[in-house]
Design a protein around this ligand. Sequence first.
Ligand SMILES: CC(C)C[C@H](N)C(=O)O
Length: 496
Amino acid sequence: VGGGGGRYRHWTNFMLSIREHCKGPLNQEKRIRVSQPLTRGPSAFIPEKEVMQANGLNERTNLLVEEYSTSGRLDNITQVMSLHSQYLESFLRSQFYMLRMDGPLPLPYRHYIAIMAAARHQCSYLVNMHVDEFLKTGGIAEWLNGLEYIPQRLKNLNEINKLLAHRPWLITKEHIQKLVKTGENNWSLPELVHAVVLLAHYHALASFVFGSGINPERDPDTSNGFRLIAVNKFCVCDLANDNNIENASLTSSNFGFVDSLSELEALMERMKRLQEEKEEEEASQEEMATRFEKEKKESLLVVTGADTFCSSVPNAAFDDEIVSTSDVSRYVEDPGFGYKDFARRGEEHLPTFRAQDYTWENHGFSLVNRLYSDIGHLLDEKFRMVYNLTYNTMATHEGVDTTMLRRALFNYVHCMFGIRYDDYDYGEVNQLLERSLKVYIKTVTCYPERTTKRMYDSYWRQFKHSEKVHVNLLLMEARMQAELLYALRAITRHLT
Ligand SMILES: CC(C)C[C@H](N)C(=O)O
């Protein structure tokens, strides 16, 4: 069992598990729908033909793959990303640089670090991919047995990997000091920066993989004995599309029960109004600060998959297939550590990071570039690319200035990590991002492994798939930048 083909082999058991789990009737029609799920093609969320149409026209993508792909093939991530080929180029170029070009770390190390990062989100897709690359670049096979088998030096990255992935605001200069000053197992600063860039890149990419429903590769090379089973952790309820599990936060929006068309019109109307208001009067500094704090606090309360989507169950449904195969947990230390569940406990405070005190442009960029030359330029180019990417469309409407909406998406991610831009009015986030979109954003960014097709489908129902992929690009890059900002700030503090 391995690729997508094996996924539904134990069909009867699978259906039984669903039945048991959902405790609801499964009629024939549903059965057919599930047995032909949208799982062929590169994404389980996007019809194959939508991705293929873009690819077919896209010779550029093939050239890019030839030049920058490490595996030498057009993998599913690349296919889905090729819906935005301009961006794809920046992405592949920086990824190629951190994996293949001259740099502080040996090649197999780079892939092992990618594995450790992806494993934090149980992203078997990325883990599998880098297990292959690790071996191909001369990595020691024994390390693939898990974290106990790797050198202490690499093990020392566990802590920063965990914090970066889930609570980057906790990273201090002491963490950095510990890594660079542990005698024989120490990390040089350039090595550490290389590792941090890789970690942040793969955490963020895991968000993209789950957020876009990336499928396992069709013809996985199963020749090495280390391939893990590639089952994305979709909730079986969700796959079955069984509506007996209702989720209030996804079915109602800020606008009440309106059809998706008027949802779109309402959103555009809001954008227009906000634009006009902006020209009229500006909110005071205090008011702006209050709006940020309010949004930050509320983002902590946004309920994600864990509470409404029985996220712990999907594994059980695939138990049959999982027996006798290994899983990604061998690459994870302290698996219980996640994005702070503020909603439940609330005792820990998410501190505010004032972006103007440590910006990517003025601080992060130059530090990273100094310690690991040129990566700063590549990342900078990618951040700019995604931040400015627009087709001036909103679903079927053309010639629309979507700057506000794209800013709101990007800044909301930073807001969830406590990062505040003092010249940005977070009232816009509140106005423009409806509840189901916030649920999606929080899940994809903080708990990507809990993303379901239902969450993906439930927001912006009028929008094109390519636009939802565009959203994922924004979320991914915002997350990566947030992680880098915290890590680089700690490194700067260590240096001064
Ligand atoms: C994410 C989307 C709202 C982006 C929009 N389609 C644009 O071209 O700007």
